[in-house]
Write a protein that binds this ligand. Structure first.
Ligand code: PHE
Length: 448
């Protein structure tokens, strides 16, 4: 793309907010939130997660929007434009690397969702007489070829949308599909709460086991989940902010995105956990949790097949709008850096990311003997990107806006101006967020 060519822009203000929401709401809210909450013991994790969203997440979200809109460039280009010749650009490269890693395993799980969607098209997963949904899920993810097919399909759809360009491809989808998913998740949560596990689920989610606050891993898991769920720390929101013209008021947008994303996660928890307890599934079943629990709910409901079909359709769509934002980070960078066309960048990078994801898929089956730090390949990729790269990227972004930018510029570019909230925001970016992230890191490696 020549420098003279106009950069793409969102078609409307609401288009930007919806796209940012589409990026945030995805498998992170339903699949990842529920299994990580289940593994981390429930309420204590949830409280720390909420604290991370408020004290670290929203301020960094604002930082990303402000950087992107000011610089009008991709993640790497944004740091180069605002602070030429400074090391901040490392945050940009880290972001591109995170996009590759996250989308590689995200595509695998999104592929599972697509597979379940098509199963409900034809009457639901066929579990046979003896087996249950756990066996079905296990059989599916361990098979060598099938999950790869669905992962490929997901990546092809994601590439197709990015190929079509930011506005046409990304904006439109979010307008229809997100409200649909929200309604369905609320409805299913209502139903799930009638299944007999409601009391246990509420205790699990909202009555903290105080001893869990002493476990450093719960803090790291909550921090990683906050970053992952808000699409934070890797420039997805810098990139989306860069397609924004000056009119939008950023603080309102940031708070709306974070609020919606968090509500989605909590309601998803109210959908999953009552059923987990009602059907005697173990909350710490790991990444398969929603794929085992939800089919139980659908099997129980009148018309459950239709709900199953709708649910996995909308979940897959939500995964696509998140996948698109991940791919867009890398595509925007390669387009500018190597003067590739959007189409070429989308196809090449999408292809590379598919191949990178293959080991994550096979790690559930033929490569299950391969573990990294005790984790299967998919979980290890997720851990590295979500719990380490994203918070590290977020740390650099906070420090950049807090210390690398003139305070008056930061206040102006964020639309805060010299107000109480603006000053609080800069204070958080300078001190609170970096210190909290560092403490969580140091604590996790056992320094305290
Ligand atoms: N936030 C997305 C989700 O919850 C995942 C994502 C992470 C998207 C990082 C972009 C960047 O599914």
């Amino acid at each position: 793309m020549s420098a003279l060519q106009q950069r793409e822009q969102w078609g409307s203000k609401i288009g930007f907010i919806l796209a940012a929401m589409g990026s945030a709401v995805g498998l992170g809210n339903i699949w990842r939130f529920s299994y990580v909450t289940g593994e981390s013991g429930g309420a204590a994790f949830l409280l720390i997660y909420l604290a991370c969203i408020i004290a670290i997440g929203i301020p960094i979200l604002m930082a990303e929007f402000s950087i992107g809109r000011r610089a009008q460039s991709d993640v790497v280009g944004s740091f180069e434009t605002i602070a030429p010749g400074k090391p901040w650009v490392l945050a940009g490269f880290l972001g591109v690397a995170s996009a590759f890693i996250i989308l590689s395993f995200y595509g695998v799980v999104a592929g599972w969702s697509l597979h379940y969607f098509t199963q409900y098209f034809t009457g639901g997963p066929a579990i046979g007489d003896a087996g249950g949904y756990g066996d079905y899920f296990g059989g599916f993810i361990t098979s060598p070829v099938q999950p790869l097919f669905w992962q490929f399909l997901f990546m092809a759809l994601t590439v197709g949308i990015v190929y079509g360009g930011v506005k046409k491809g990304i904006e439109m989808w979010n307008k229809i599909l997100m409200p649909g998913l929200a309604l369905l998740v609320i409805g299913l949560a209502g139903y799930s709460l009638t299944l007999g596990g409601a009391g246990e689920a509420i205790t699990f989610l909202f009555a903290p086991d105080w001893s869990a606050f002493g476990d450093p891993e719960v803090y790291l898991a909550a921090l990683g989940q906050a970053f992952f769920s808000l699409s934070l720390g890797m420039g997805a929101l810098i990139t989306y902010g860069s397609y924004l013209s000056k009119e939008e008021k950023l603080p309102g947008a940031a708070v709306s995105v974070a609020t919606l994303d968090t509500l989605f996660a909590i309601i998803a928890g109210l959908m999953i956990f009552p059923a987990v307890f009602a059907f005697g599934i173990s909350p710490d079943s790991g990444p398969g949790l929603v794929f085992i629990t939800l089919p139980e709910i659908f099997a129980e409901m009148t018309g459950g097949m239709i709900f199953g079909f709708l649910f996995f359709f909308l979940l897959s769509a939500a995964a696509i709008t998140s996948g698109v934002s991940l791919l867009e980070v890398a595509v925007a960078y390669f387009m500018r850096r190597f003067s590739w066309s959007r189409k070429k960048a989308a196809v090449i990078i999408g292809g590379i990311i598919f191949v990178l994801g293959v080991p994550s898929s096979l790690g559930n089956g033929v490569l299950s003997h391969v573990t990294i730090g005790g984790l299967e390949i998919l979980d290890a990729a997720d851990f590295l990107a979500s719990n380490i790269f994203l918070p590290l990227g977020g740390l650099m972004i906070a420090l950049f806006v807090g210390w690398g930018w003139q305070k008056s510029d930061a206040l102006k570019e964020s639309d805060f101006g010299d107000t109480v909230f603006g000053n609080l925001w800069v204070f958080i970016l300078r001190f609170v967020a970096p210190i909290l992230i560092l403490i969580v890191f140091l604590n996790a490696i056992g320094l305290f």
